[in-house]
Design a protein around this ligand. Structure first.
Ligand SMILES: [Mg+2]
Length: 305
């Protein structure tokens, strides 16, 4: 069942249209001039509009044009109603975005068939859009961990950086790397290594706020974007996560395994950082320092001790 709006200045036509479509299971709302039709389209959000072209004051062409200009109504399918007695220009209506036309007086079978075809096409189109959205989402994700991938991370970070600079917001970036992961893989095998990676992905996702973004940056490297977050808070987030990993027991094939991570934090606000590339480089330098200082620790870029 769909909600259908009939806009026509003829009482007879709206009455007959309503009778036919109600009988075939649809809910029908009526408007007897263009302006009322526009209002009803906006407030009632019908699934389809049957629109008379020849009406006083505001004709169907104008209504169609305005429907197509407005975001909330532009995707509602429109079928024109044309009568043999009135010289309506069907081509002009189609150019303005109507999808089809039905001739008055109605042939019951034709009206129902044309309405149902457009409703079905709309459904298929929406399903296709949803599928595209899902594919796009998959293309942005890392298959193993479910986190965002490297490419998406960079796209996001450069946009986030511009916004942070424009609105004087804090923005931090954290790079995390599993310590001695190559040795781990050599000892336990890559499959077990993959279990560690996917579990870490879940731990990261569980520990960040909704406003933050986590990505798998490379092999055993992860990256976080922390919005509205200054250096000390970002350090705490990284340090808390480092401890979570240190205390986590990974269970695989009746073995209990442990890993540690090192992390580097960089924050925009640091005067050495002018763009998103320098933010990442800063986090990478801090990560390198954490490795040098013995691993299983967090370091901040630009703070000497
Ligand atoms: Mg008319």
């Amino acid at each position: 069942m769909a909600k259908i709006l009939i806009v026509d200045d003829s009482r007879l036509i709206v009455h007959v249209g309503k009778t036919i479509l109600t009988k075939s299971g649809h809910e029908v709302i009526l408007a007897q001039d263009g302006l009322a039709g526009l209002e009803a389209a906006k407030s009632e959000k019908p699934n389809l509009i049957l629109l008379d072209l020849i009406m006083p004051v505001m004709d169907g062409y104008q209504v169609c044009e305005q429907l197509k200009e407005e975001d909330s109504t532009k995707d509602i399918p429109v079928i024109m109603l044309t009568s043999k007695a009135e010289a309506a220009d069907k081509v002009r209506g189609l150019k303005m975005g109507a999808l089809d036309y039905v001739t008055k007086p109605f042939d019951e079978g034709e009206l129902v068939a044309r309405v149902n075809i457009q409703l079905r096409l709309k459904e298929l189109y929406e399903a296709l859009q949803e599928k595209n959205r899902q594919l796009q989402e998959m293309a942005n994700r890392d298959g193993l961990t479910g986190l965002y991938n490297h490419r998406y991370f960079h796209e996001h970070l450069s946009k986030d950086f511009l916004r942070a600079r424009r609105y004087h917001e804090s923005l931090s970036c954290v790079l995390l790397d599993i310590d001695h992961f190559k040795k781990f893989n050599d000892t336990h095998g890559h499959q077990t290594g993959d279990v560690i990676l996917s579990t870490l992905g879940r731990l990261i996702q569980d520990s960040i706020r909704d406003s933050d973004l986590a990505a798998r940056y490379g092999g055993e490297e992860f990256a976080l974007i922390l919005h509205y977050t200054d250096g000390p808070v970002a350090f705490c987030v990284a340090e808390r996560f480092r401890r979570t990993v240190e205390n986590h027991e990974f269970h695989e094939k009746s073995e209990t395994l442990r890993v540690t991570i090192s992390a580097g934090v960089a924050t925009f606000r640091n005067e050495q950082i002018h763009d998103s590339k320098e933010l990442i480089e800063g986090a990478d330098k801090a990560l390198y320092l954490a490795k040098e200082k013995g691993r299983n620790r967090v370091e901040m870029y630009g703070i000497e001790d």
